[in-house]
Write a protein that binds this ligand. Structure first.
Ligand SMILES: *[C@@H]1O[C@H](CO)[C@@H](O)[C@H](O)[C@H]1NC(C)=O
Ligand SMILES: *[C@@H]1O[C@H](CO)[C@@H](O)[C@H](O)[C@H]1NC(C)=O
Ligand SMILES: [Zn+2]
Length: 268
C-alpha cells in the first residue's frame, strides 16, 4: 500500500513539474561543472540533452547515476537517469519504477518534461519531504528519450508528422515493435536496437510499475491493450492487476486539466 502511494505521488509530481516549468521560464540556473543554462522554453537536441543529464548527474552523485542502456540505430545513447539513495547499489525490497519518454520521436513534450522531473527530484531532495521520502524509498529510472534519432528528424510545428520523426532511423515504429503475447512478433536488434535494449533492461530490472509517455493523443491506457481475439476492437482484455491499473489511470485522468473535463483530441 505504501509503495502504491509513493507511485501515485510520482505521477502527481509529474503534473506539478509541468506547471512549474511554466512558472520558471527564463529563470537561470547553474548546475555545477558545465554551467548549463536552463531556459525552460526550448527543446534540447541530443547534444544539449546529453550535456544537461551529465551535469545533473555530476551535481548530485549521492542520489543520481546516469547510464546508457544501449544505442539507437544512428549510434545515439539511450540515456537513463537513476534516482535513489545509493544509486549504484541494488537494495532488496526497494521497488523499481520507470518512466520512458519520446518513444515516438516526434512526440516530444515528455522528453523535455522528464528532464525537468529529474531536476526537480534532485534539487528538492532534502528540502521537500515527499521528494525526500520518494528518493529514499523508491528506485526511480527515467529515460527521457527512447527514440533520439526520430527526435532529431522532427520539426517543431509539424503536427502531421511529415518529417518522419515518429519512427526510428530504420523507419520502424518502436511502439509497434515489442513482442506481443498473442501475435508472435519477433524483434531484430539491427532494425530496432532501441527495443532490444529496452527489453534487456526490463528483464534485468524487474520494474514494478512503469509509465510510457506519448504526445499523439489524449488517453491513459493500461494493460492489456490487445487480446487473443484482436484485431477486434472494443474488447476488454483485463490483466491480473486490472483494479490497480484502473485506479492509476483514473487518478492520472482526474488530475489532468484537459482529461478531467472529458476533452479529447477529437474535439479539435
Ligand atoms: C531520508 O533518508 C535520510 C537518510 O537515511 C534520513 O535522514 C531522512 O530522515 C529520510 N527522510 C524522509 C523524509 O524519509
Ligand atoms: C504502444 O502503443 C500501443 C497502442 O497502440 C499500446 O497498446 C502499447 O502498450 C504501447 N507501448 C509499447 C511499449 O509498445
Ligand atoms: Zn505515441
Amino acid at each position: 500500500q505504501d509503495t502504491l502511494k509513493q507511485l501515485v505521488l510520482l505521477s502527481a509530481l509529474f503534473r506539478l513539474v509541468v506547471s512549474q516549468g511554466d512558472d520558471q521560464k527564463q529563470s537561470r540556473r547553474s548546475t555545477g561543472a558545465s554551467e548549463t543554462i536552463e531556459t525552460y522554453n526550448q527543446f534540447y537536441n541530443y547534444v544539449d540533452l546529453t550535456r544537461r543529464l551529465q551535469a545533473l548527474a555530476q551535481s548530485y552523485p549521492h542520489i543520481a547515476s546516469l547510464s546508457s542502456i544501449g544505442r539507437s540505430v544512428e549510434g545515439r545513447e539511450l540515456w537513463v537517469m537513476r534516482i535513489t539513495v545509493d544509486p549504484n547499489k541494488d537494495t532488496p525490497g526497494k521497488p523499481k519504477f520507470k518512466y520512458v519518454g519520446n518513444m515516438h520521436g516526434d512526440e516530444t513534450v515528455s522528453r523535455q518534461v522528464l528532464v525537468y522531473l529529474v531536476e526537480y527530484l534532485l534539487a528538492k531532495y532534502g528540502e521537500e519531504d515527499r521528494v525526500t521520502q520518494l528518493v529514499n524509498s523508491t528506485d526511480i529510472y527515467i529515460m527521457p528519450s527512447m527514440n533520439p534519432d526520430g527526435f532529431e528528424k522532427s520539426k517543431e510545428g509539424d503536427c502531421e508528422g511529415e518529417n518522419g520523426g515518429r519512427n526510428n532511423a530504420r523507419n520502424k515504429d518502436l511502439n509497434r515493435s515489442f513482442p506481443d503475447q498473442f501475435d508472435g512478433t519477433t524483434v531484430s536488434p539491427d532494425i530496432v536496437p532501441e527495443v532490444t535494449a529496452v527489453i534487456k533492461w526490463i528483464k534485468e530490472k524487474k520494474f514494478v510499475l512503469s509509465g510510457n509517455l506519448h504526445g499523439g493523443t489524449v488517453v491513459a491506457s493500461y494493460p492489456f491493450d490487445d487480446s487473443a481475439s484482436h484485431p477486434q476492437q472494443d474488447f476488454y482484455s483485463q490483466s491480473e492487476d486490472d483494479s490497480l491499473f484502473r485506479y492509476l489511470a483514473l487518478v492520472y485522468s482526474q488530475n489532468h486539466p484537459a482529461m478531467k473535463t472529458g476533452w479529447c483530441c477529437a474535439n479539435l
